[in-house]
Design a protein around this ligand. Structure first.
Ligand SMILES: Cc1ncc(COP(=O)(O)O)c(C=O)c1O
Length: 454
């Protein structure tokens, strides 16, 4: 009996002959060329027709039989099984590609400078990780105990928060920590205050959890605490360097904020994204230092080392950490062991402190230069800390149009309007000075000043 199918075998291919045969049968059933009940040739006939050994034909039939494509018993022949073909699933359309032309110079905020040469300290950390055998189990969902101890010491020293490993959870960064906290602590319909202008990823996270986002105004000192209503369950705040305007929340407002939270029972979520970089005085102690029962502190490695590491930490009262750890255990969602082990090595070795010290020197120079070059074009604010400044432009200027012109001239830049939600304010540009190489930084600033001049 003939198969009546054009079967072809490629003897030079790496796919074994019996699997090639099986796939051609499958395709024929899928597209209807072989119908249910159709009798197939015996393995002897098939082998002869294709000039292959009988064991090849037998192996192909065994495979198809095991998968349910064919049926039949020895002696009564082999038939195509009753498989109703499944029409192919419609392909989801891909998102239109973003304009991320690599030739563009960037003055967008958020990404630190990465030295093109690989540091010995970085190498040492990974060598140390690779010298260890992998752990035998899942490890602690809160994060490696030794890492939490080392981080607690680091955070106590650089951020003034008295905490121990029981107050720490290792995260994949700020947003990861925030989302975990919202999953554990919030209920849909609750109200959360977020600075406006502010960090849009926090807004999206809150909305994804069904929270109502209340826009809170900020001024030169940061969040305007006096505007907070009593019906909020949480406030998301960037006290050490308001994002993106750069205000530093003064101690009177910090105390007022904590007093307000104690009275209303709301949780204060402190996003401490770039506090390591201050250029006038030492970094201010964290808000969490005032009351760890009311403040959840989110720290990140994204601005110190690289956002690609996806590592951060959440500091909170021990019962909060216990609740989050239990939630994590159920969702199996915590940073991978090599990343945590590498961070531990970098902390012990002093590498992290060294990178921060070196970056601070570079950023201080760059911020001075940025302020000097751009001051003729508007008012510069937020320059005392962080990796960006904000240039406020005259009221009649369309900052998105300026950003589009800069982009057309080869420089990516963030218009302040992109950070605003419902509270109006002056236009401006949020200018990150950390990311580019030094020649690119100067080139980008030159292009930007040309655009601003026109
Ligand atoms: C205000 C603010 N918080 C936090 C982060 C860092 O987020 P992550 O730690 O998730 O990388 C950024 C990064 O741009 C930021 O702008």
């Amino acid at each position: 009996m003939q198969t009546s199918l054009p079967l072809t075998l490629d003897r030079s291919a790496r796919v074994p002959l019996h699997l090639q045969l099986a796939e051609q049968f499958r395709a024929a059933v899928r597209d209807g060329r072989l119908q249910a009940g159709h009798r197939l040739p015996s393995t002897r006939e098939l082998a002869k027709e294709l000039a292959v050994s009988r064991s090849v034909a037998q192996a192909a039939y065994d495979q198809l039989h095991a998968e349910g494509w064919i049926a039949g018993r020895t002696g009564s022949g082999t038939y195509v099984a009753d498989v109703v073909p499944l029409p192919p699933a419609p392909r989801q359309r891909a998102r239109p590609a973003e304009d991320t032309r690599p030739a563009l110079l960037t003055l967008r905020p958020g990404i630190p400078y990465i030295h093109p040469q690989v540091d010995p300290g970085w190498r040492r950390a990974w060598r140390e990780v690779s010298a260890q055998a992998p752990p035998r189990g899942y490890e602690d969902p809160a994060g490696l105990a030794e890492l939490r101890s080392a981080l607690a010491e680091h955070i106590g020293r650089v951020r003034g928060i008295a905490c121990g490993p029981e107050n720490l959870l290792i995260t994949n960064g700020t947003v990861h920590g925030l989302r975990l906290l919202l999953t554990a602590n919030s209920r849909p319909g609750e109200r959360i205050a977020i600075e406006d202008p502010g960090y849009l990823n926090a807004v999206t996270a809150a909305q994804d959890h069904g929270l109502e986002v209340v826009d809170v105004p900020v001024d030169a000192d940061g969040l305007r605490v006096s505007t907070l209503g009593d019906d909020l369950s949480a406030v998301y705040v960037t006290p050490s360097h308001q994002y993106p305007l750069g205000g530093r929340l003064p101690v009177a407002r910090r105390n007022e904020l904590v007093r307000w939270a104690r009275r209303t029972g709301a949780t204060l979520i402190e996003d401490d994204y770039d506090s390591e970089f201050r250029y006038d005085v030492a970094p201010l102690p964290a808000l969490a230092q005032l009351d760890l029962d009311r403040v959840v502190h989110l720290g990140t490695l994204s601005k110190m080392l690289s956002p690609a590491l996806r590592l951060g930490w959440l500091v909170a009262a021990a019962p909060v950490i216990d609740r989050l750890t239990a939630l994590r255990e159920a969702s199996a969602d915590w940073p991978a062991w090599p990343m945590q082990a590498a961070l531990l090595a970098m902390l012990r070795d002093g590498y992290l402190d060294q990178v921060v010290r070196r970056s601070r020197r570079l950023y201080a120079d760059r911020r001075n230069h940025t302020c000097t070059v751009l001051s003729p074009y508007g008012q510069i604010i937020g320059q005392d800390a962080g990796l960006h400044i904000t240039l406020l432009l005259p009221d009649h200027v369309d900052d998105r149009a300026v950003a589009a012109q800069a982009r057309a001239a080869g420089v990516a830049i963030a218009p302040l309007s992109d950070y605003r939600r419902s509270i109006p304010g002056p236009p401006g540009l949020v200018i990150g000075y950390a990311t580019p190489t030094t020649p690119d930084f100067h080139k980008a600033l030159k292009i930007l000043t040309r655009v601003l001049r026109t």
